[in-house]
Design a protein around this ligand. Sequence first.
Ligand code: SAM
Length: 233
Amino acid sequence: MIERKLNRRLLSAASLVRQGAVFADIGTDHAYLPIFLLDEGRISRAVATDINEGPLASAERNVGDAGYSAAVTFRLTDGAASLAELGITDYAICGMGGELIAEIISHAPHLFDENLRLILQPMTRQAYLRKYLLSHGFDIEREIYTEDGGKYYTCMLVSYSGVRRDISEEEATLGLGSTRHTGDGRVGYLRARLSSLRRAADGKLRGGVAFPSELALISAIERLIPEILENNT
Ligand SMILES: C[S@@+](CC[C@H](N)C(=O)[O-])C[C@H]1O[C@@H](n2cnc3c(N)ncnc32)[C@H](O)[C@@H]1O
């Protein structure tokens, strides 16, 4: 077996896939995630999808080179709506914007199922995605924060509970209750949020526009970071 390594962002997603899962990677691109999971013996088959032909062709090539062609089914499709009948248990939707991830979920009603596991790794609009999930009956069981090449990422373990909950802007931006966080990148992730909030506040200040929500979030993050650092020491 050739040793193939995943970057830390995708490793955090891989760590949330259940042993023996029937796995789907939505927007697979290079198919690194299913190949890694097959290498690890975590899964025995996978469905790899993409909306674009180029990425799907590259996924097929990589899977073939890895010797897993018989274990992976490829689908050129938009989102997850067409995958309802395939017996998939764990879905990864990684490396896309939070709004697109929410849209993919909203167009696939079969994902509203307590037995399924969704592994979501939004590159942007994380607060939007948290709000969408909680208000549509999903629970974020855990978030793993990672640092990779100076950038900060979060990966969410999500399942449907049917309990709808509206969360505040603060909760949506900071992530949910501290016991649900793991990984060593949360402070970096929050600092990155802080910088972008400060930039937004500066812009509004220059334009003579009030910015109470940015101010509230900035002070919440400034309170939270020392708490996290203290608990980690
Ligand atoms: C930035 S790549 C991420 C690849 C991989 N999941 C990762 O995290 O490294 C995003 C991929 O999602 C695909 N994509 C975008 N919108 C999609 C949709 N609605 N359904 C399926 N795939 C989509 C793109 O073609 C692209 O290959």
